[in-house]
Write a new protein. Structure first.
Length: 712
């Protein structure tokens, strides 16, 4: 391999997930900067790098240096240290402050910041708050490098560094060195192979029981990530044997030992993680208990229901809707399902009105913050996320509402129930009062839950719960091509999405583009000029795409759309993105302290680069983020179809190319199309849409809930 040394002059592209980077390096005695590609985590413009790799020729971009390993060479001289700190690489250190720090500590400056940060308090002008900012910024910038160096030295793929750091933070290096098999439990997608490399390098034997146990747990976690609640024993043992490269028979005693320790449960040939078995069994047990309770008699007839709804909502229920409302009042648990335009929301509003007339307490909820807000908007009543309503504690991972501390309500309505996975449904039914009624509202043709299970579909298929399937499309909805195309897909008919030409004014368009780069260009043009010009009444445009990676994935589309939609200067760099004032951003995980949840979308309203923080506006509420919290944010000009579930937007643009092949499914296409209220535009290849439509694999998840519900 070849070694080159130079200064990083510009980062052209960086994938925030695996830190794959395209950058330009200035090399001494070479006139033009050279292009370098590779997994370069924790590097910043202005740093001196030493890279080892080989030259390669790219058919489009020409000669590139492909870096296999790298090191950052920190300056050793006073003048070099002064320049390094004054460059802005470390948030909180201005040029003026850099001079004062270097004047105080000289050649030992970087060593003191690294090992004795409290001594920064000796510098005039640095108090405890400023010291804390500098220390955090330094550790954030350099912890990536430390982990990267350890992974390189251990011959583990450096593309794992982003996930490892996101999971363990400042403790990442300690975990890697002392308990590598934690990776197998905490990062199932990469865990066992990465952990095994570290453990084997430390001398662990191939047939060590701790190694084989970690392999089993990791494989079950992989199944869980794929949506399965359990693994079939023969397939599990075969997969583990291939993964660990040992005989299958070695895993039989390991399974017995894991079962004895209550880490797994063997239910016949089905092998469950203990918590998923308890959740699935608990759902069935609790639902049977609720169904066994008598339903309270409601003293209200059809005429009174019709009159109450008409006077309160100015809505006349159809015969089908009136019949459903009347019959739901006779059920302890019921499910309302149907496609767009069939009146699910009207039914929920009507039921709320009837229960109010009966002086009973109704609570509305949904799995995500956006879905809950949407439910609140359409019903005019408060709605909460399930996690918030059930009192989820992020630190302990527990719920305060349960069998011994149930919710205080008479009717519990859960919208977007197809998004509720096995674990969450267990906690939901556990918190139900024994005398209350539960209504689940959802569309089983949408994407299944991100978490494991087919809960809504299994509840319907069990035959134990009253299901009200709405099929009639109301007249107003029949005029919408969005609704009619969605129902065509629902009914197994390929819709004629090309019927509207560019010269026609419609709610639905298909723009043919075969190549992903052209798809990106067209979407950028639509967002920047064409939609605002043709549809000035549309306020919100959301771009959706099936995948994160690739030219037409969320990562690249976000960067391209940011370039054309936000010309603000400045910003804070984090995980491959630059957050600038005006940027559309999404929060990535539930944060109960900030009262912001996974999938919430806001706008950056203020950026303080010197202090390393910013403010995001969420529906009129300003939420602060410090530098170390920016991993909870991503740009949201484009989001995945999965992230869009439970939300509606004025207009959606859907990127659909054959490069998205691994995720092209009918329910994904249906879910994406039904996110748009007034305008849907698909940009991509006809073949990609055909692939998605023809791929109707929706019943492949392994789940035992249906059988458990149907058993006596």
């Amino acid at each position: 391999m070849i070694t080159i040394k130079g200064v990083l002059s510009r980062i052209t592209y960086q994938n925030p997930e695996n830190h794959y980077t395209v950058c330009r390096i200035r090399v001494p005695k070479v006139l033009e900067p050279i292009t370098v590609v590779g997994h370069l985590a924790g590097v910043a413009e202005g740093e001196q790098l030493s890279l080892r790799g080989n030259w390669a020729s790219h058919p489009k971009y020409g000669d590139q240096f492909r870096a296999e390993t790298y090191e950052v060479t920190l300056p050793a001289t006073v003048s070099g240290i002064r320049k390094y700190l004054a460059s802005g690489l470390i948030n909180g250190i201005s040029t003026f402050l850099a001079d004062k720090i270097v004047d105080t500590f000289g050649e030992k400056t970087l060593e003191i910041i690294e090992n004795e940060p409290d001594r920064l308090l000796d510098v005039h002008g640095i108090g405890k708050a400023k010291k804390r900012i500098i220390e955090r910024a330094w550790n954030t910038h350099h912890s990536v490098r430390r982990v990267m160096q350890f992974l390189q030295d251990s011959s583990i793929g450096v593309n794992h560094v982003g996930t490892i750091l996101k999971t363990y933070g400042k403790h990442a290096l300690e975990v890697l060195k002392t308990d590598p098999y934690l990776l197998a439990k905490d990062i199932p997608s990469i865990g066992f192979r990465a952990a095994d490399s570290l453990a084997r390098a430390a001398g662990l034997e191939t047939d060590d029981s701790s190694r084989l146990a970690a392999c089993v747990i990791c494989q079950l976690l992989v199944y869980e990530q794929d949506g399965h609640v359990y693994g079939e024993k023969s397939q599990l043992l075969n997969a583990c044997a291939r993964l660990a490269r040992v005989e299958e028979t070695l895993f039989e005693p390991v399974l017995d030992d894991l079962a004895e320790k209550n880490e797994v449960v063997a239910d016949g040939d089905r092998i469950y993680l203990n918590r998923l078995f308890r959740a699935e069994s608990g759902i069935a047990r609790r639902i049977k208990a609720l169904l066994s309770m008598p339903v309270r008699p409601f003293k209200i007839n059809e005429d009174q229901i019709m009159e109450e709804v008409l006077s309160s909502l100015a809505v006349r229920l159809s015969d089908e809707q009136l019949g459903v409302v009347t019959r739901i009042l006779e059920q302890r648990i019921s499910i309302i399902t149907g496609g767009p335009g069939t009146g699910k929301t009207t039914l929920v509003r009507a039921l709320c009105t009837v229960f109010k007339r009966l002086h009973l307490t109704v609570v509305l909820s949904a799995p995500t913050g956006r879905a809950a807000r949407r439910l609140s908007e359409v019903t005019g009543k408060k709605a909460s996320t399930l996690h918030k309503l059930l009192g989820f504690d992020h630190e302990s991972g527990t719920f305060s509402r349960n069998f011994t501390n149930p919710l205080d309500l008479d009717l519990f309505v859960v919208d977007e129930a197809s998004m509720v996975d096995t674990s969450l449904m267990f906690h939901l039914v556990e918190a139900m009062p024994p005398t209350a009624s539960l209504i689940l509202v959802g569309d089983t043709f949408q994407l299944p839950s991100v978490g494991p299970g087919n809960v809504l579909s299994d509840l319907i298929a069990s035959g134990e719960i009253a299901v009200f399937s709405l099929s009639k499309i109301f007249r107003q909805a029949q005029e919408s091509p969005i609704v009619m195309h969605a129902h065509s897909i629902r009914n197994g008919e390929m819709p004629d999405v090309k019927s509207a030409g560019p010269e026609q004014r419609s709610e639905f368009y298909f723009i043919e583009n075969q190549h992903p780069s052209r798809v990106v260009e067209t979407i950028s043009e639509l967002c920047a000029t064409r939609i605002p010009k043709a549809f000035p009444h549309i306020e919100e445009v959301q771009v959706l795409t099936p995948m994160h990676r690739g030219e037409a994935g969320t990562i690249n589309l976000n960067q391209q759309l940011q370039a054309v939609l936000n010309d603000a200067t400045g910003g804070i760099d984090s995980h491959g993105f630059t957050f600038k004032p005006g940027d559309k951003v999404m929060h990535l995980k539930n944060n109960y302290e900030k009262d912001v949840f996974n999938g919430d979308i806001g706008r950056v309203i203020e950026v303080n680069k010197a202090e390393g923080n910013l403010l995001v506006d969420y529906d009129g509420r300003a939420v602060p983020y410090e530098l170390l919290e920016l991993d909870e944010l991503t740009l949201a000009y484009t989001i995945s179809v999965h992230k869009s579930q439970g939300s509606e937007y004025d207009a959606v643009i859907i990127a659909l190319t054959t490069a998205h092949f691994p995720l092209l499914q009918r329910n994904l296409l249906y879910t994406a199309m039904t996110r748009g209220k007034h305008l849907v535009i698909i940009v991509g290849a006809s073949r990609a849409m055909e692939i998605a439509f023809e791929n109707n694999k929706t019943a492949l998840r392994l789940s035992g809930l249906k059988e458990k519900l149907a058993s006596s």
